[in-house]
Design a protein around this ligand. Structure first.
Ligand code: PXP
Length: 249
C-alpha cells in the first residue's frame, strides 16, 4: 500500500504569519498532525529550516512526543540541524538542499558533488537508529550517488513533473523520468519515496511510477483543508492513493 506522509509545514507558515517570535499561536501544527493521523495518514513530515521560517524547535519536540506513526524530519545537512536530529531521533530524516550550492539543476540535493559529506552524515544518522532519505531529482547521476552514499531511501523530486503537468497534462517527459528513476533506484536497492508539488489533479499520473513506498504531500492538502477541513482533505488524498497498483497501470 502506498503510504502518505503529510507535510505540516504550512500549518506553521500560517501561525508564523501572525505569531512570529511569540512561542505560541494558532493554528497548531501538532494538533494538525494528530488530526491527520486519526484519519489514516501513515506519517508526519516537518522541515526544521535553518531560518526557522515555519516549523520551530518546540514543534518538532512536541511532534516526537505525541505522534504515533512515523516522524520524518526534513533537514539540510547543516551542523546545527544535524545535532538537533541526532537528539530528537525522528524515525527518518529526509535531507534537502537549503543553499544554492547544494542544489542540482533540477532542484534536488547535489549528492554526487557532496558524496563524502553526505555519506558521513548518513552514517551518523544510521548509527543513531535514524533512517536516511535523500531528496533528489530523477537524475541517473544523483540516484547512483545516493546508492553509493548508503542511503536507505531516496525521495524523487516531483516538482518538475508537477510543473509539466500544469503546462500540459499529456506531457510524458517528466513522468517518464520519474518512472526511469524509480526503476534505477529500485535496482540499486534503494527504497523510493516521492514528493513536492503533488496534488489531487496530478496524483493519478503517478500510478504509472513503479516501486513507490511513500508520498510526502503538504501544500495541496493544507490548501484543500481551508475549504473542506483537514481530515476530509487527508481522506480524499488517501482515497486517490489507494488506486496505486505498484506502477503496473
Ligand atoms: N518533500 C520534500 C522533500 C519537500 O521539501 C517538500 C516541500 O516542503 C515536500 C515533499 C512537500 O511538497 P508540497 O508542499 O509541494 O506538497
Amino acid at each position: 500500500m502506498l503510504k502518505l506522509g503529510v507535510n505540516i509545514d504550512h500549518v506553521a507558515t500560517l501561525r508564523e504569519a501572525r505569531f512570529r517570535g511569540l512561542g505560541y499561536g494558532e493554528p497548531d501544527p501538532v494538533a494538525a498532525a494528530l488530526a491527520c493521523e486519526a484519519v489514516g495518514a501513515h506519517g508526519i513530515t516537518a522541515h526544521l529550516r535553518e531560518d526557522r521560517r515555519h516549523i520551530q524547535d518546540r514543534d518538532v519536540w512536541k511532534l516526537r512526543e505525541v505522534i504515533k506513526t512515523r516522524l520524518n524530519l526534513e533537514m539540510a545537512n547543516a551542523p546545527e540541524i544535524v545535532a538537533v536530529a541526532l537528539k530528537l531521533k525522528p524515525d527518518i530524516v529526509c535531507v534537502v538542499p537549503e543553499r544554492r550550492l547544494e542544489v542540482t539543476t533540477e532542484g534536488g540535493l547535489e549528492v554526487a558533488g557532496n558524496l563524502q559529506a553526505i555519506t558521513e552524515m548518513r552514517k551518523r544518522m544510521n548509527n543513531a537508529g535514524i533512517e536516511v532519505s535523500l531528496f533528489i531529482a530523477p537524475d541517473p547521476l544523483q540516484i547512483e550517488a545516493a546508492a553509493r552514499a548508503g542511503s536507505q531511501f531516496i525521495e524523487l523530486h516531483t516538482g518538475s513533473f508537477a510543473e509539466a503537468y500544469h503546462e500540459d497534462p499529456q506531457r510524458p517527459d517528466e513522468l517518464n523520468r520519474l518512472i526511469a528513476g524509480a526503476r534505477q533506484a529500485h535496482a540499486l536497492g534503494l527504497k523510493v519515496n516521492a514528493g513536492h508539488g503533488l496534488n489531487y489533479q496530478n496524483l493519478p499520473l503517478l500510478y504509472k511510477v513503479p516501486h513507490l513506498v511513500e508520498l510526502n504531500i503538504g501544500h495541496s492538502i493544507i490548501s484543500r483543508a481551508v475549504t473542506v477541513g483537514l481530515q476530509a482533505a487527508v481522506r480524499e488524498m488517501l482515497g486517490l492513493m489507494a488506486n496505486y497498483r505498484g506502477g503496473t497501470e
